[in-house]
Write a protein that binds this ligand. Sequence first.
Ligand SMILES: [Zn+2]
Length: 354
Amino acid sequence: MQSFLLTEMENKLNELKADHLQQIKRAQTLQELDDIFLKLFGKNGQITLVPKDFPSLPKEELKTIAPLFNQVKNNLEQAIKEQRSAVREKSYQKLNEEALDIQPVALQQRSGFIHPVIKIENEIIELFEKLGFFRFEAPQIDSDQYNFELLNIPAGHPARDLWDTLYIDSQKYGINPGQLLLRTHTSNAQVRVMEKVKPPFRAMIIDRCFRYENIDPRHEHTLEQFEVVLVEKGLSMANLQYLSEYFLKNIFGQDIKVRMRPKYYPFVEPGVGVDGECIFCYGKGCKICGEGWLELAGAGMIHPKVLKNGGINPQEFSGIAWGFGPERMAMLKYGLADIRIFNSGNLTELEKIK
Ligand SMILES: [Zn+2]
């Protein structure tokens, strides 16, 4: 007569086998099979735990249960293995049936193009080279001194409010806070060029500036500026008018009318805003210009103090500073409403600008 425990164990093994062979056959995914495997053969799996009771059996009965245990264990392991293969095979078959419908696609050849702002800048450079201007570069990170102080804009001067400045936190380099900044205009080149080049000279600066701006269709934090610094004997507002007309007629066409009106910039005296007759309505007045004129550039006779700061005798030489934002010029020339397109990196849209 066999022990109750042996009978119980035999029944249990047979049940485990029957139940799980069914489950294994029904499994459709590798995940399901992994779950069954863990349930049976994991650390606390139902098969794993069976031999725990072996020591409680008489030695004779152990000879009966051990082969049954091995057989059930092997059957289940084998069944899982086979079902895994079947599931894999099925998924491969499915992949085959879903064979991708690959049609030959004509690959579009894409050629590069020049950024619209660079394009207009290249035109501007060429125009001014013809008049004998050379390119000059000044640092984009500069001192308060060159960006403001030497341009007749001392600390506390209300004109500093015209520029929203990004200062460099430079304390860790032993530089006083507020001393280094991202230049707010290319005018930081004015005194630098005077220090480097003996007058008379005709310099042009075309480069990047930075403002602490709320970005909107008309404002960017990173923008280009073009500026000429012209120092010669006997310059006057007439030369300034000539430069303005020369430039605007070449960019917008010979029939554009140009006017100047007084405008305040601390580093020039007198200062002017240079307007061009609106190229959209030809002076009739429209929603872009308002009353028929567009402000296109800012300029003036360089302030005697600034010339002195650059080591130039204002009794002997006079200077003209004249500049504008190439992005704004490009917006007008190409009829664009949003300045943000230029730094957007959106090649599809940028390529359309012609
Ligand atoms: Zn207009």
